[in-house]
Design a protein around this ligand. Structure first.
Ligand code: GAR
Length: 206
């Protein structure tokens, strides 16, 4: 089947937890900030992720692939790829996806996987830096400014080409939780939908 230039880019959003970034993409599709892409599938690495409820409420198909239920990483990724193929997915968005994807997986989708990371890469990123740990690291370093980064995903953790970054101030008395919330509100929820739209436009040659 051919894909007409006017067809929306079919996106799979990969989640593990609360799914506030997924929600930001759903909302951006509704408001028209995203007009060239549509979420066609949500893939969760946990069966109890609240993100699944958000997807269901928005009428988006979901699939759960938990690493521990597969005998190997290869089998886990094979199941994910089968779902992506079934839904004709053209762009993968990692939005708080906490399972590891192998180099074999990422190499199959060059510049077709994007990730949001809650710091200004190359600071506070790479193996072991995820979720609240990132913000704990920023506070421990005494940084006055942090932010978020959206980047393409390759075989190096948080190492792919940067698409967009936005700075956020660290404030006196911040805890990892208050900082995480500010970085989400002021950077992630804005940057990620914008990046989805811009990469989708590139995919369609617009
Ligand atoms: C977000 O802050 C995201 O940037 C981070 O996990 C959170 C998920 O929240 N991702 C990473 O740390 C990846 N290295 P959400 O489920 O509410 O979108």
């Amino acid at each position: 089947m051919t894909t007409a230039a006017t067809d929306k880019v079919k996106v799979a959003v990969f989640v593990t937890g609360g799914g506030t970034n997924l929600q930001a993409i759903i909302d951006a599709e509704k408001s028209g900030i995203i007009s060239t892409a549509r979420i066609a599938l949500v893939v969760s690495s946990r069966g109890d992720a609240y993100a699944l409820a958000r997807a269901e409420k928005a009428g988006i198909p979901t699939v759960v692939c938990e690493r521990k239920t597969f005998p190997s990483q290869a089998d886990f990724e094979k199941a994910i790829r089968a779902a992506l193929d079934e839904y004709g997915i053209e762009l993968i968005v990692l939005a708080g996806f906490m399972s590891i994807l192998s180099a074999d997986f990422t190499a199959r989708y060059p510049e077709r996987i994007i990730n949001v990371h809650p710091s200004l890469i190359p600071l506070h990123c790479g193996k072991g830096y995820y979720g609240l740990r990132v913000h704990e690291s920023v506070l421990a370093a005494g940084d006055k400014v942090t932010g978020a980064t959206v980047h393409f995903v390759n075989e190096i953790p948080d190492g792919g080409r940067i698409i967009a970054q936005k700075e956020v101030a660290v404030e006196e008395g911040d805890t990892p939780e208050t900082l995480q919330r500010r970085v989400m509100e002021q950077a992630e929820w804005i940057l990620l939908p914008q990046a989805v739209e811009s990469v989708a436009r590139e995919i369609r040659g617009l």
